[in-house]
Design a protein around this ligand. Structure first.
Ligand SMILES: [Zn+2]
Length: 263
């Protein structure tokens, strides 16, 4: 049975952390503001700034160390707390809140009840048995799905086609070659799955050439492609792998007798 999911909520003191996904207590914070000196834009340290600090002969080692540590934290792209001396803030920033996870200590940013950071990806994680490159593109599609479902759908079609490559197929270069895909890596798929691939224009007569965006695609199409990709990965990678692992654990005598029966 799947464990109950507790999605992040502005009304809850505990939920599935959007960073580490552990269900745990979250500490809530209000935000207070401090106007920057001379209206200087915020500092996002780059390599040049890091080099300047490293080369600065006048800077004491401990100060230099604190700067570099702060640069490292900034480079993670995550939100973090930095204790300051007592400059008392004049204003609060309302309608923006922070929550900090008890388990991973990472901070999430909320505006008017909506979780803004970390950016929530749509759908389930990719099947871990998928090749790395496809997993990365799968995640990229999840990240852009909300803003650009048509681009996500195009990316996912490419992922499904790419699946035939590590399994002995050659993938497809164009719609006309779709039959080649069905005859290769995806040959063992259930008929219903093949029909779904045809209707979502991954394979078949109406298959879209790689990278082409279908103006009729929408969020539903992209989500269906996400689910399909993981289902296909289950069927053609994970399931055979699990069966193979079980077979390898069988005693030798049983393996040879099953070979004789099937042979
Ligand atoms: Zn966490």
């Amino acid at each position: 049975m799947c464990p109950k999911s507790n999605p992040p909520s502005i009304h809850a003191q505990a939920f599935d952390c959007p960073h580490c996904h552990v269900y745990t207590t979250q500490t809530w914070f209000d935000v207070f503001i401090h106007k920057r000196e001379d209206n200087e834009p915020p500092v996002i340290p780059d390599k040049a700034a890091r080099d300047r600090i490293k080369k600065d002969q006048k800077l004491p080692q401990d100060v230099k160390g604190r700067y570099l540590e702060w640069f490292d934290q900034m480079d993670t792209g995550l939100v973090f707390f930095n204790k300051r001396k007592s400059d008392y803030p004049d204003f609060s920033a309302d309608n923006i809140h922070l929550s900090q996870c008890y388990h991973c200590q990472e901070i999430s940013v909320w505006v008017h009840g909506n979780l803004l950071f970390p950016y929530q990806k749509t759908g389930d994680d990719p099947n871990p048995d998928l090749p790395t490159e496809i997993r990365q593109e799968f995640d990229e599609a999840r990240a852009i799905l909300r803003e650009s479902p048509r681009a996500a759908a195009a990316l996912l079609r490419g992922c499904i086609r790419g699946l035939s490559l590590p399994l002995g197929g050659k993938g497809i270069d164009s719609g006309q070659d779709a039959a080649g895909l069905e005859g290769k890596g995806l040959e063992g798929l259930a008929p219903r799955l093949r029909e779904a691939l045809d209707s979502l224009r991954v394979t078949g007569q109406n298959a879209l050439p790689p990278g082409l965006i279908d103006p009729d695609d929408n969020r539903d199409t992209a989500v269906q492609l996400l689910v399909l990709l993981n289902t296909i990965a289950d069927q053609i990678i994970s399931h055979p792998r699990q069966v193979e692992a079980i077979y390898e654990q069988l005693p030798k005598s049983q393996k040879s007798s099953s070979k004789k029966k099937s042979g």
